[in-house]
Structure formats: C-alpha cells, structure tokens
Design a protein around this ligand. Sequence first.
Ligand SMILES: Nc1nc2c(ncn2[C@@H]2O[C@H](COP(=O)(O)OP(=O)(O)OP(=O)(O)O)[C@@H](O)[C@H]2O)c(=O)[nH]1
Ligand SMILES: [Mg+2]
Length: 303
Amino acid sequence: MRSLKGDFSHAINLLVEKLINLRMLVEATLDFPDEDIDFLAECNAYTQLDEIVRQLLNVFESAHQGNLLRDGIHVVLVGQPNVGKSSLLNRLAGEDVTIVTHIPGTTRDAIRQHIEIEGISVHVVDTAGLRETQDAVEKIGIERTWSAIEQANVLIVIIDVAQGVTEEDRKIIAELPASLPFIRVFNKIDQHQLTPRVESHDGYTDVYLSAKSGVGVNLLRQKLLDVVGWHHAGESVYLARERHLVALRKAQGHLDLAGKNTGSVELLAEELRLAQDALSMITGKFTPDDLLGEIFSRFCIGK
Ligand SMILES: Nc1nc2c(ncn2[C@@H]2O[C@H](COP(=O)(O)OP(=O)(O)OP(=O)(O)O)[C@@H](O)[C@H]2O)c(=O)[nH]1
Ligand SMILES: [Mg+2]
C-alpha cells in the first residue's frame, strides 16, 4: 500500500510540474508583454496543455480503479413495497439476512450487508419500500431509505415485471438525485417465463431477473461493476481516497475550460491556476510567489 501511495503522489507531482511549466509561459506572456517573444507559440503551449489533459485522464482512471478497490461500492435497493428488494438482498448475500413476506411494508429499517463481487467490496442496503403511509414506524423507515440513498454510489431501482413501470415508479425515479447512476431491475420474471437479460435504451440500463430463483442475478452483479466503472485491468492502480477523486475531477474541469479559452490569455492563465489549486489539494500549496520564482529562475526577463 505504501508503494502504491508513493506512486500516486509521484504521478500528481509530475502533473503539477508540467502544469507549472505551462503556467510559467502563460504568465510570462501576460506579465512581460514588452518582450519580443511569443512564449506560447515558441513553446507549443497548447500541445503541452493537451499532454497534461491526457496524463491527468490516465491518473484519474488509475485513481478511480484504486478507489473502488479501497472503498468498495455502496449500493442501495429502492422501490415500491413488495417488489422484491429484500429477496434480492438475500439472493446477493447468499443467506437470509432480511425478512421476506408477501405483506407490503415488511421492511421498515435499512438493513446493511457486505458482499463481494470479483474481489470488489460491495455494501448493499435493503430499504423500506417507498410509498405514502400513515404508519409512524414505516414513515421513519422511509426517511431512512432517503438518507441511505444520499450515501450511495449506485442505486438499484426494483420494479415488478408484471406491473411494468408504474406512475409510482416514475415518481420514485424522478425524486432520485440526478447525478446518481441507477440500474432498473425488473424482478419476478419466473412468474412469467421471461428470459433473464440486460437491455439498454433511452439512457436506462435494465436487468430482467428473478430474486426468488436467482436467474439473471449474475447479470446484475456484472452490470453493477460496469456502472461504477470497474474494469479489473492489470495496469497500475492508485489507492486514492474519494477526496482525491474530487480534486482530480475539479482539475479536469478547469483544464477543459483552459483548452476552450484559446482566445484569451487571461482566462487561460486563470483556469490553469485553478487547475493547479485543485491538484494542490492533494499535494500541498503552491503560492503566486512560487510561480514568480519559477519564471525568474528559467527566463532572463523583467530584471
Ligand atoms: N415469484 C417471485 N416472487 C418473488 C420474487 N421476488 C420476491 N418475490 C415475492 O414477493 C414478495 C415480496 O418480497 P420482498 O422481498 O419482501 O419485497 P420487498 O420489496 O422487500 O417488500 P417491502 O419490504 O414490503 O418493501 C414475497 O412474497 C416474495 O416471495 C421473484 O423473483 N419471483
Ligand atoms: Mg423488504
């Protein structure tokens, strides 16, 4: 682990070094307009920027894979009462961890279970079915469903295949956090002799399965890993924390804007500064004085 961590900061430091180099050119263009050199053209600034963007993408990918290995995935099962959420948790866990009955509203508390898929840690939460209710205990259960959803990386929205997507299902989906990926599971296919399958259309990923008989559950396991972006490649992984991923994403966003601001050197300079700020959340601070120091140490200007 220590060596993986060392590799990660090394990769970030290399990126920061390249970014400083580029910022130096851009800032020198801004600060010393009287010099007769076009620093940006002279040093292929935009090729350098492309190279940094490409490298950052690689680092992000390795950090993302490592983060999945390190922290696992948080999956929450949601849906109307009686669609088979608890049955699916039991099936995934391979044991009877939660009560299943034909009575809607059986599960009232969030039930957590840890499983593994291809060596990836998966924390699954079964929840109280979502519906309008006057029952005080069930109401608290439903509140807990929503707080579990806030902690999730990915949701499984379970739908009874016999009913299809009902108005209530649509309402549930509409209320989910927009940025959270989800898989729709059409459950109870055994009752209708349907074949287990995965379908993708209109931006949805649908898995047809039976929690009761177990057919199609392997398709869901595989899809879960796909949705969170796990692809067990043999390349290097960095055991990054979630906050590292956030910082890398932020840096990516600013580099993206930097690439689009080719008309304005000021905006380019600003986006590069913000990108480096984001990376320094991982590596430590770098001040404007440090940058000026870099400029003077490498160029013989302004003195
Ligand atoms: N035939 C069939 N029945 C199923 C399947 N999955 C669940 N059921 C049945 O559907 C009923 C409800 O299942 P649960 O797993 O308790 O449903 P739930 O979504 O957890 O329900 P709540 O806890 O009330 O929200 C039970 O009678 C299950 O046996 C399935 O794949 N096929
Ligand atoms: Mg239940």
